[in-house]
Design a protein. Structure first.
Length: 295
């Protein structure tokens, strides 16, 4: 019996080999149409391949998208940095243009004030708590700066030298609340030909209104009826012994009587910007000091 089973297995093996060889030969032969087993195997294999390839393609696409997003993030980061750098360069260019313009205006102002000795200087320090009071410039005794010298910008008068060190000096601005900071000023008539026979309007600037950012000048009513109107120019009179004559101070904004009604208060819009000061000029009047005038 065991011998029979052994022969049976051998016969089945041989028959299987013969069928396999026949199928191989049959599949290798030129045919226009596949058999249904071949079609079944081929369709099943294609379906399995599709089932496996779709998730694989999805995973590969997801990884590629993540990588693309990362690359996009890095590129955006670089572009943002370049934009910030360009913005900074823009501010630097604007600052340089402003400096060049200020220096050009300073040179033009020097030509118009050729009667005085002008010394160019730069603001190097400004205390935020005293922003409207004092500034420090990079010129001092070693450069010939002295106390009470007038300090101007290309636009007009901003103050005077309050104290001097060997290489620096402190400038007291016209917007300072110091009551001793007084300026002898002159209001120029709009029509000089019409007012040439009338008394000139002189007054003292001794106050500053922080709310309106205007200087306040007081003057007595003149008997000949000369009026002060908005837009008239206000300059230094040169009679105070400190400031030279005809330095621009500002323009008249309005005129009001004082509390007692005895004097007029003239509100003046400053010609110079007291809040944004970079380049200045120290004016040497080359005249007698107040002490020498008194003697």
């Amino acid at each position: 019996m065991p011998q029979f089973f052994m022969n049976k297995r051998l016969i089945i093996l041989l028959v299987s080999i013969i069928i396999l060889v026949a199928l191989i030969g049959f599949s290798l032969s030129d045919r226009n149409k596949l058999t249904w087993p071949e079609q079944f195997v081929k369709d099943t294999t294609g379906w399995v391949q599709t089932l496996v390839s779709r998730p694989a393609h999805f995973v590969v696409g997801f990884v590629d998208n993540v990588k693309a997003l990362k690359d996009t993030y890095e590129e955006n980061k670089e572009l943002k940095a370049k934009l910030e750098e360009n913005a900074q360069l823009k501010y630097q260019v604007q600052g340089l243009k402003k400096d060049v313009q200020a220096l050009q205006e300073t040179l033009e102002e020097k030509e118009s004030l050729s009667d005085y000795t002008l010394m160019k200087a730069t603001v190097i320090r400004r205390n935020p708590s005293q922003w409207t009071e004092l500034v420090t410039i990079n010129r001092g005794e070693n450069d010939g700066v002295e106390k009470n010298m007038a300090v101007i910008t290309s636009a007009g008068l901003i103050g005077k030298i309050k104290s001097v060190a060997p290489n620096t000096a402190t400038v007291q601005l016209l917007s300072s609340e110091d009551p001793a900071n007084r300026i002898s000023a002159f209001i120029q008539p709009k029509d000089e030909e019409e007012n040439k026979d009338k008394t000139d309007v002189f007054g003292i600037i001794a106050d500053y209104d922080k709310e309106t950012k205007q200087l306040i000048m007081t003057w007595e009513e003149v008997p000949n009826g000369l009026k002060v109107e908005k837009g008239q120019l206000v300059t230094t009179s040169g009679m105070g012994g400190v400031f030279p004559k005809d330095l621009a101070i500002g323009t008249v904004e309005k005129v009001e009587p004082d509390e007692n009604g005895l004097q007029k208060k003239v509100f003046i819009k400053p010609a110079a910007d007291f809040y944004d000061i970079e380049h200045v000029m120290v004016v040497d009047r080359e005249a007698l000091s107040p002490e020498e005038d008194e003697q």
